[in-house]
Each structure stands twice: as C-alpha cells, then as structure tokens.
Design a binder for this molecule. Structure first.
Ligand SMILES: *Cc1c(COP(=O)(O)O)cnc(C)c1O
Length: 406
C-alpha cells in the first residue's frame, strides 16, 4: 500500500518553492481611506499614506456620500444581514429594487442578484452544463470561469486569447451535447476588450450560448456605462446572458447575472451557488442601488476616466514605458520576471504609490506586471506623478538588475 502523504511537509515544500520563485503573497492592511489615498501598514507595521493605483473603484463610487448614506439608512431600518437564502426568507425589497433597476439600465428582461461574481460564474456554468457538454473559453478568462467549468463536470476547451476563429475550431471539435462560449468582456489583467461580435457569430454558427463576464466593463464601457456587450451593439439573442459585478465600478459588493428571462429563472431555481448561500445584506443592495443611479446619471465620471486613461498612456509613452493595447482603465505595465515586478512595486511604494505586483498563476509565467488601474477619483496630477515614479522605478530596477549581472 502506498504511504500516506504528510500534508504539513508538502505544504512547507510548496511554500519554499513559491518563495524561491518570488511568488509569496502577503496582505497589506488598509487603516483609513480618503478618496484614492489610503493609509496602509507597511511590512514593519508602520502606517503610511499611499495613492492607490490598483483598485477597481473605477467610477469613484466606493466612498461616495449618497452611496454610504444609503447603506447607513438601510442598515438602520433593516439591520446588517439578510437572515437566510433568497428562496427561504432572505429575499428583501431592496434586492428586488436593485434587480429591477439593473435590468432596466442594461435593457434586459431579467436580472438575478448573487453574493459575488465568483459565485455567479460558478452558478451559470454549473446550472446550465453537465457531463456531456462543453464550455469553450478564452485562455485569459478569469479563474472563476475556469473553476466554474470544473464544478459543472463539463469538458473545458480553451482557445488562444481573443481568437474567435480559435473559439469556432474548439466548438467544432466538440460536437454533441450543449455548448457554451464564455469570455471576459474586458480582460481583468490585460485590459483589452473581447472581440464580441466575432465571438457571437462563432457561437451562433455552433449553436452555443455566449456568456460574457463583464466584471470590468459594466459602468465603464458603452452607452450610459451599459458595458462591453452594449458597446459591441449585441442584442439579447446574440448575448443571452452576462455577468455584471457590483464590487468594481459600482464600488460595493455582489454581482448580477442578467439576460434572457427563462435562463435567469432556471438559474434561480437550480443553481447551487444561488440556492445554498445566504442572500446579500439588504442594506448592501440599497447602497448599490444608489451607486447604479449615480453610474447611470453621472456621465462625467466616465468622461473623466477616459481622459485620465488617455493622459496616462500619452505620459507613459513619452517616458518610453511599455504599455499593453488597452483603452480601458486597466493599464498594465509588463515587467516579465516576478522579482522585477516586486522590485518595481517596492520602488513605487517608496515614492508614495500603491500598485500591487501581479504574478503567476494570476497571469501566465514570464508575464508578471504592475496592473495599474485608473479611477475617476484620481486627478491629472496623480497620474503625472505616477508616471514619473514608474520611470524612476524602471531606471532603479534596471540599474539594480545590471549590477547584479556584473
Ligand atoms: C473580479 C472578477 C470576478 C469575480 O467577481 P467578485 O464579485 O469579485 O467575486 C469575476 N470575473 C472577472 C472577470 C473578475 O474580474
């Protein structure tokens, strides 16, 4: 009989390996927040104020006065928790109001509220696909979509990034059973937008359901911030189901699966990550309702964000920094090696900026990066100072690497 593996030994060995490859991950504690400035504890526990350039609060709604006031008001009336899952007795009027508002905003017949985007993705794939089915996915899709396919038990086939022809080939190679083509709308670590029109054609030719995870597109792209699907001009038939997260541009927490009424009802009745979990606190739903209204109405947030993105790209290119082809608020600066990304991040921190290093397995091997993100709550001066600090970081880290080689 094979000998039992010692779990603690294995964990220690795995950690040592991650350490050798500069892949250890640690948390930083945020003590206070004031707009894009955060007071953060550094490695020694000393508090420092940094300008945050790695959050997903693209529209600057996470601390907006009316949103926080809606949370306070609703929690004083309804308390802090929902008390049960939606199908038992946890479905409150605030949830209902948020679902109605989002459905109207995104011009879809139905919307269903989930605890978060990770759960929502698990729910969509698990409730629609099973053993005999196939889920075809972009290589760079978010981890939650990959995990969702694993949970459902379906075959998972991946195609080269943003390659609609590749998606079609993978669908053709998996005849029989039901098929889903799942893609991020905006790729979370690269910032580019999926070729949704071409993908929808591939899906239609192969009778596959197109599912767009628009975690980073909602609120930011398209007319009135309706996201990447609206920007691509796809109707409900072309894109029957999509994900909108509430924790990014909308500044709160939770997620919505929106689209075709029959599909959404099927999720509500059968998806295990919907059924077997407590509903979102109703006060959080009330806060997000206030955020959605602002996101719809205040176009200046998107306009300012777009101007900051253009400013960042022009400044960075003038300094000879290598950017990726992205027009969204996700503007990664590629570093390559894990240690280089960590050193660049540390250099930025010395100059007062917080940009976390993103390393494998979140991104492919050799593609570590600083994932710079912009927000409508940044100023022109913030962006200019960041670009200066990035140029300094590149020179410092470049020089250090040279002296190491010598
Ligand atoms: C963040 C993210 C999710 C998960 O959403 P949460 O609400 O944070 O759980 C899903 N998909 C993509 C593409 C994301 O970036």
């Amino acid at each position: 009989m094979a000998e039992r593996t010692d779990l603690r030994q294995r964990i220690a060995a795995q950690r040592a390996e991650r350490e050798a490859r500069a892949l250890l991950r640690t948390r930083r504690t945020v003590l206070r927040r004031d707009g894009m400035r955060c007071e953060v504890q550094d490695g020694n526990g000393t508090p420092r104020w940094l300008t945050n350039f790695c959050g997903n609060d693209y529209l600057g709604l996470a601390q907006q006065f009316a949103v926080a006031a809606a949370l306070q008001d609703a929690s004083s009336r309804m308390g802090t928790g929902a008390a049960a899952s939606h199908l038992v007795c946890g479905h409150h009027a605030a949830h209902e109001a948020l679902e109605r508002e989002v459905a109207e905003w995104l011009e879809v017949p139905a919307a269903l509220l989930f605890g978060n985007g990770y759960l929502a993705n698990l729910a969509v794939v698990q409730s629609l696909l099973g053993d005999n089915d196939v889920c075809v996915q972009d290589r760079l899709n978010h981890a939650s979509l990959v995990d969702a396919a694993r949970l459902s038990g379906c075959r998972l086939r991946r195609y080269p990034h943003a390659d609609a022809e590749g998606a079609l080939r993978q669908l053709r190679a998996s005849p029989g059973g039901a098929a889903m083509l799942a893609t991020d709308g905006v790729f979370s670590m690269d910032g580019d937008v999926a070729p949704l029109r071409e993908l929808s054609l591939a899906a239609r030719m192969q009778k596959a359901l197109l599912y767009v995870d628009d975690a980073h597109g909602i609120g930011v792209l398209g007319p009135d911030g309706r996201g990447s699907v609206a920007e691509a001009g796809l109707d409900l038939r072309a894109a029957p189901l999509r994900l909108a997260t509430l924790g990014k541009a909308l500044g709160g927490y939770g997620a919505m699966v929106v689209g075709d009424a029959e599909l959404v009802r099927h999720l509500a009745e059968t998806a295990r990550p919907y059924i077997y979990t407590t509903a979102l606190p109703p006060a959080q739903a009330a806060a997000t309702l206030a955020a959605v209204k602002l996101a719809r109405r205040e176009a200046w947030r998107r306009e300012k964000l777009a101007a900051l993105v253009a400013r960042f790209r022009a400044d960075a290119q003038r300094h000879g920094l290598e950017l990726m082809p992205s027009d969204t608020p996700i503007q990664p600066v590629l570093c390559g090696g894990n240690a280089t990304a960590l050193a660049m991040s540390a250099s930025l921190e010395r100059d007062g900026f917080w940009v976390a290093a993103i390393r494998p397995p979140t991104v492919p091997e050799g593609r570590a990066r600083l994932r710079v993100t912009l927000s409508a709550a940044h100023t022109d001066a913030d962006v200019d100072a960041l670009v200066d600090a990035l140029a300094v970081a590149r020179n410092r880290v470049g020089a250090a690497a040279d002296s190491h080689v010598a």
